[in-house]
Design a protein around this ligand. Structure first.
Ligand SMILES: NC(=O)c1ccc[n+]([C@@H]2O[C@H](COP(=O)([O-])OP(=O)(O)OC[C@H]3O[C@@H](n4cnc5c(N)ncnc54)[C@H](OP(=O)(O)O)[C@@H]3O)[C@@H](O)[C@H]2O)c1
Length: 220
C-alpha cells in the first residue's frame, strides 16, 4: 500500500511544500485534496481549514500538521480523530505579532489617543510622558506569541508580568499561573494584552466581573 500525505489549503500554494517534502521524504506520495486516490493510503494531512468531514475521510490517518500556528478551530472540529496534531511555529509570525503588541502598548503608554483627539478638535494639548518602567503590562498567555511579545516589551523598559496555565520562569518577566493568581494579576495590569488561544477553558475568561478587577483607567 502506498504511503501518502494529503495537502489542503485555500491559501497556501502546494508546490513549495511538495518540493520540500519530496526532497526529504522521496517515498512519500504528495496528493492534493481533489486528487486523493485511495483514501486508505493517506497517513498524514498537511492542512489549513479543510471542509467539514475532511479528516474523517482517511481511515489510516496518523498525523495532522496544521499549516498555521493556531489549532483552536481545528481542535473543536467534530471530524478530528484521536491522533497527534502539530502546528507551524514561524519566528517571522511571532515577530510580527510582538511588534503589533509593542505598537498597541506604546499607543496607550504614550497617550496617543488623547493627542489624536486633541488634533481632531484642533487644540494644543500636553501630557507629561510616563516612563515605561512605571507602567505595568500584563500578558495573558505565555506561549510562542505571549513570550515573544513580553520579551519585546521588556526590551523597551516596561514592567511586564505574564500569566499562563503552568508556571514559567522567564527573564525579566514576573510570571504567575493558575486561576487563583488571576485576580491579583488583573488588579496590577495597567495595560492588559491577551495572547491566549480560544478554547472551552478560555472562552468568557474575561467577563465584566474580571474586567472590573483591572485598575481604574486600565487599557485592554
Ligand atoms: N504563534 C503564532 O504565530 C500565531 C499567529 C496568529 C495567531 N495565533 C493565535 O494566538 C493564540 C496564541 O498562540 P501561541 O502560538 O502563543 O499559543 P501557545 O504557544 O499554545 O501558547 C498559549 C498560551 O496560553 C496559555 N493557556 C492556554 N490555555 C490556558 C488556560 N486555560 N489558562 C491559562 N493559560 C492558558 C498556555 O499556558 P501553558 O503554557 O501553561 O500551557 C500558553 O502559555 C492562538 O490562539 C493562536 O491561534 C498564533
Amino acid at each position: 500500500m502506498a504511503e501518502a500525505l494529503v495537502f489542503h489549503s485555500a491559501y497556501d500554494p502546494p508546490e513549495p511544500w511538495k518540493a520540500a517534502l519530496e526532497a526529504e521524504l522521496p517515498e512519500l506520495e504528495f496528493r492534493l485534496s481533489h486528487e486523493i486516490g485511495d483514501p486508505a493510503d493517506v497517513r498524514y494531512a498537511l492542512i489549513w481549514k479543510p471542509p467539514a468531514g475532511f479528516l474523517s475521510f482517511f481511515p489510516n490517518l496518523q498525523l495532522v500538521v496544521n499549516l498555521g500556528a493556531g489549532v483552536d478551530a481545528l481542535l473543536s472540529r467534530h471530524d478530528i480523530p484521536d491522533i497527534p496534531v502539530t502546528r507551524i511555529c514561524d519566528p517571522d509570525m511571532s515577530r510580527m505579532m510582538a511588534s503589533f503588541v509593542l505598537f498597541a502598548v506604546l499607543r496607550h503608554a504614550r497617550d496617543i489617543p488623547v493627542f489624536e483627539r486633541a488634533q481632531r478638535e484642533r487644540h494644543w494639548t500636553f501630557l507629561p510622558p510616563r516612563s515605561a518602567e512605571d507602567i505595568r503590562v500584563g500578558i495573558l498567555g505565555l506561549g510562542e506569541l505571549g513570550t515573544a511579545a513580553a520579551a519585546e516589551l521588556v526590551r523597551h523598559g516596561f514592567r511586564v508580568q505574564g500569566w499562563s496555565r503552568t508556571q514559567k520562569d522567564l527573564p525579566g518577566i514576573d510570571c504567575a499561573s493558575g486561576m487563583d493568581a488571576l485576580p491579583d494579576f488583573l488588579a496590577t495590569s495597567e495595560i492588559l494584552v491577551v495572547m491566549l488561544p480560544l478554547t472551552d477553558q478560555t472562552r468568557h475568561l474575561l467577563d465584566a466581573e474580571r474586567l472590573a478587577m483591572l485598575p481604574k483607567g486600565a487599557k485592554f
